[in-house]
Each structure stands twice: as structure tokens, then as C-alpha cells.
Design a protein around this ligand. Structure first.
Ligand SMILES: [Zn+2]
Length: 531
């Protein structure tokens, strides 16, 4: 009897799996038809597109968890050779943040390598700096992320899905707003695209990946397809809106699309010098997609196979001792400060990723055995200086944050992070959070670490600086990068905020170490006041 019931249950499951599989194929078949049919899609040799892109960055906001910053407005001309799976994009990008500037450059992406001609970032690699004219090979991380994003919006994605039915599975019905869409998962390497279909038109309306964001943990990243136009018998979405966790972060509008226009092979040429030592695509599960994609939104991406430092110029992260028990954590694009106390450690800033945090936690453990990091002071909430906070919280550190930080990090630490490439997910909701509105003194009875709010300032609400009275050393992030370049002639608004804040705090720093840059004397900066 039991056996019969089991058999019936088994058969029902098998039948329902088979019919779900059938349904998935049918959604894909109908979509291919709606896009113009397999024959029209299969005869695409080249696609040439011109258009505009606008981008916003949620985790460089003024207020913790607040309105996203407008990042960049671009025009582009893209050409794809469908047979070679190779794309070239020529960009003119007008950035609004962190400072207004224009970058003109080209990207060539093949299945094996990626190449950038021109300057595409403030965070240039050694290879880019040493090349004349400026150019560099893409890191494997960027190559894999770019390939994924090109495929996501390729007119050939659905045809690929139709040709590979074994990689399809039912994605169930997914809600977007108040509308339910049937969905199909398409597995490709270590990645899964979830394609949502319109019930009436049968067209794909949204293509989702499940990504990791270093602030918000597990997040959906979608492209929503709209404004369909038929070009040469193929239906194309000429507006593509990217949503991160439900908020629009980018909008692409095509102004011109040509199918099968002749494209010279020279358009796709990558000079040998940039092919020979180029990185291969990185493993899909090792790519911090949101970091790689969105650092490019604001034109600061460091295009390296190590997210924290340029593998071609730095041997890696390192400690630079500024005075006994005070270490500047450098070697990468973003720095921390580590302070030894009697029975614990204090760290300022958790930049980039939990991978960088784990390096510092391991290094600190070897250097100062038996002294756990008790306080992680976050100078501000931006993703590049706070995105490694989970590794500290996981080891029991309290978070020290500025105005608005308590509510913000309470939400951040409640978010699951099962897709974090550096740290297994766990419950961090009990992490203590100390919100500093004005001043906080961390002490072990001998050494004192001071934390001061620098408000108002133009960079981030609730921004904090550190100060060690014993050696008169300060730590500052983003409003001043000490020790790089010449001292300015006069204070800009960010520097003026620092000088005013230091005065209000009643402290007299001799030097500052930076979240960027190195270490610089404070007196020459203070002397600029009133000039
Ligand atoms: Zn910042």
C-alpha cells in the first residue's frame, strides 16, 4: 500500500516536472516567435546600435540609505559580430560624480579577452598609466561581468535558450509590482538568468540575475525591456532599464539600430601587446558583479584581478607602522587604520569587500594575537569604505557609525548574504551599533581613540574622523586624501569642512593618515583657512 502511494507520488512528481519543462520550453518558443522567429534571429550577423545611457549610484548617497546620486550620462556606439561573439563599444561618458569630467574610450570584448583603449577611470592601472596612448587589458573579473551583461541584453539570448533546452528550468510565477509573470531559469556556466515573460505578447520583459551587493547583501539585478521596435524582421527592446533591488540604477535608450550592416574586421582588433598577457574570463562565481559594474558607473573602477589592489603594481595589502601599535593598512586603492589597545583592536573603515576585511583580520590576528577587533569605526556609509563590514561583525566587533548610521546599519546587517563570495551567510542582527553624533572616546584606560563628527560636509552626512591624542594623528576619508599631490592654493568645500570640524573638536592634529592617499602634515592645510 505504502509502496503504491509512493509510486503514485513519484509518478505525479515526474509528470509535473515534465510538464513544467514543457511549459518552460513553450515560453521560450513563443518568445522566439514574438521576437521575429528562429530564422530571423539566426540570420543576424551584425548589430550596430547608437544610444544614450544614464546611471545612478545608490550607495554613494549623501544620507545613509538615502536618495541615490546621479552618476553619469553617456552616449555610445556599439557593434557586435554575432558569429564571433565579439562586441566593440565606443563611449563618451560625462560623469557628474565624484567630480564632473568626461572620459572617451572604447571597449572590445571577445569570448577570450577584453581590451580598453583610452582612459575609462580615475583608478587607472599601472598598465594603463604606462601605455601610450593609454590602453589596458581588462581584468578577468571585468571581462566575465561584461560578457554577462552583453548576453543579458543580446537579441540572441532567447535563441540560445531555445537551442539549449537542457539548461532550462521553470522559474515559477514572479511578481513585479502587482503583476505576475511566468519565468524560466537559464543556467549558463555558474550563472543563471531568470527570464520573465509577458503573458499576452509572449515577449521577454525582464531578465534577472541574483547578485551580491557589498552593502545590501543578496539582491536581484534586473534589466526591464520596453519600447519594442522591429528592425530587419527582428523585434528589439530599444529601452533597457536596470533595476537593483527594485530601484532604477541605469537606463539605456537606443537612438539607432542596424542589423547586418557591414562592419570592418578592424573594428574588433586588439593589439597583440594587450592580448598576450591579458587575463582570461574569471570564474563566474568569483566575480563581485555589483562592484565591477557599478564602480564603472562613477568612473572609479580599478580594473584588476584583485578587487582591492592593482596586481600589476602592488604586491598586495600591507601594514605600515606609523607609531607603536598604530598601522596604516595600505597597498590597495582604499585604506584602513588599525590601532592596538591593551586587550583589543580598533579598526577605521572596512573598504571594498569582506575579502579585504578578512586579510586585515588574519594579519591583525598574527601580529596582535589574543586581541580581537572590538570596534569597527566606519567614517561614512559609502559602499567602497563600508562594504567589508560583515567580516568584522561576524567576529563580534561593534560598529561605530555617524548620524543616521544606527538605523542604516541595522537594516544592512539584517540582510541575508548567501551570495557573498568572501563570507558565508550568518545572522548578524545582534551586532552592537554605536551612533556618534558629536564625539566618542574609545579607551582601554591608557590609550584613547577619539571619533569626531565632521558636519556639515559636502560628502556624506554623519561623516566621522578618527584622532589619536597621544601621537596627534588623525584619520580622514574622502574629504581629504593626505600625502598625494601638491597642497591646493585654497580650501575646497570638503577641505574647509575638515578644517572647521577639527577646530570645533578642539583637537590639534600633527598629521592625518587617509582612507585614500598616504600620510600628510595638517599644518599646511590649516594654514589655508581664510585664503
Ligand atoms: Zn565616500
Amino acid at each position: 500500500m505504502k509502496r503504491a502511494a509512493f509510486l503514485i507520488a513519484f509518478l505525479l512528481t515526474a509528470v509535473s516536472c515534465a510538464s513544467m519543462q514543457q511549459q518552460s520550453r513553450s515560453h521560450v518558443d513563443r518568445a522566439v516567435q514574438a521576437l521575429g522567429g528562429a530564422e530571423a534571429l539566426g540570420s543576424i550577423k551584425t548589430v550596430a546600435t547608437k544610444g544614450t545611457v544614464r546611471q545612478w549610484e545608490p550607495e554613494q548617497s549623501m544620507t545613509p540609505g538615502g536618495e541615490m546620486r546621479f552618476a553619469c550620462e553617456s552616449t555610445f556606439e556599439a557593434v557586435t559580430d554575432a558569429g564571433a561573439r565579439t562586441t566593440r563599444i565606443d563611449w563618451v561618458r560625462n560623469f557628474a560624480y565624484p567630480a564632473p569630467r568626461t572620459f572617451r574610450y572604447s571597449e572590445v570584448v571577445t569570448p577570450e579577452v577584453g581590451y580598453v583603449a583610452g582612459i575609462d577611470s580615475n583608478g587607472r592601472t599601472k598598465q594603463s598609466m604606462e601605455s601610450n596612448p593609454p590602453a589596458h587589458s581588462m581584468s578577468g573579473l571585468r571581462l566575465t561581468a561584461t560578457q554577462r551583461e552583453l548576453l543579458r541584453v543580446s537579441p540572441l539570448l532567447l535563441l540560445d535558450m531555445q537551442k539549449n533546452p537542457d539548461r532550462l528550468s521553470a522559474g515559477g510565477d514572479l511578481m513585479v509590482g502587482k503583476v505576475s509573470y511566468p519565468a524560466v531559469d537559464y543556467r549558463l556556466g555558474g550563472q543563471t538568468f531568470t527570464v520573465l515573460f509577458d503573458r499576452t505578447s509572449a515577449l521577454p520583459v525582464r531578465i534577472r540575475t541574483l547578485d551580491y551587493d557589498n552593502i545590501w547583501g543578496d539582491v536581484p539585478f534586473d534589466v526591464a525591456l520596453s519600447d519594442w521596435h522591429v528592425v530587419d524582421g527582428v523585434r528589439m527592446a530599444t529601452t533597457r532599464t536596470y533595476e537593483l533591488n527594485g530601484s532604477r540604477v541605469a537606463e539605456v535608450k537606443d537612438t539607432e539600430t542596424k542589423v547586418n550592416a557591414p562592419v570592418g574586421a578592424d573594428r574588433f582588433v586588439i593589439p597583440d601587446a594587450f592580448k598576450i598577457r591579458a587575463s582570461r574570463p574569471a570564474a563566474t562565481d568569483r566575480v563581485p558583479y555589483q562592484w565591477v559594474i557599478r564602480r564603472q558607473f562613477i568612473g572609479v573602477y580599478l580594473d584588476s584581478d584583485a578587487p582591492s589592489y592593482d596586481t600589476r603594481s602592488s604586491a598586495g595589502l600591507r601594514l605600515v607602522e606609523l607609531s607603536p601599535g598604530v598601522q596604516h593598512v595600505t597597498g590597495g586603492s582604499h585604506h584602513s587604520l588599525l590601532v592596538e589597545m591593551r586587550d583589543h583592536l580598533v579598526v577605521f573603515d572596512a573598504p571594498v569587500s569582506d575579502g579585504q576585511s578578512k586579510w586585515l583580520l588574519d594579519t591583525a590576528k598574527a601580529r596582535y594575537p589574543g586581541k580581537p577587533v572590538k570596534y569597527l569605526v566606519l567614517t561614512h556609509h559609502h559602499m567602497d569604505h563600508a562594504g567589508g563590514l560583515r567580516a568584522y561583525a561576524a567576529q563580534g566587533a561593534s560598529i561605530v557609525a555617524g548620524r543616521g548610521g544606527a538605523a542604516h546599519y541595522r537594516r544592512v546587517l539584517a540582510a541575508p548574504f548567501t551570495r557573498n563570495p568572501d563570507l558565508p551567510s550568518r545572522d548578524l542582527r545582534k551586532t552592537p551599533i554605536i551612533e556618534v553624533l558629536d564625539k566618542q572616546v574609545l579607551t582601554d584606560g591608557t590609550r584613547e581613540v577619539h571619533v569626531y563628527a565632521i558636519e556639515p560636509n559636502p560628502h556624506a552626512d554623519g561623516l566621522l574622523i578618527g584622532y589619536l591624542p597621544e601621537t596627534r594623528l588623525g584619520f580622514v576619508t574622502d574629504i581629504w586624501s593626505p600625502g598625494v599631490g601638491a597642497m591646493p592654493d585654497k580650501l575646497d568645500p570638503a577641505l574647509a569642512a575638515l578644517v572647521a570640524g577639527v577646530k570645533r573638536a578642539g583637537i590639534s592634529p600633527a598629521r592625518f593618515a587617509g582612507g585614500h592617499g598616504a600620510v600628510g602634515d595638517y599644518a599646511p592645510l590649516a594654514a589655508l583657512e581664510g585664503k
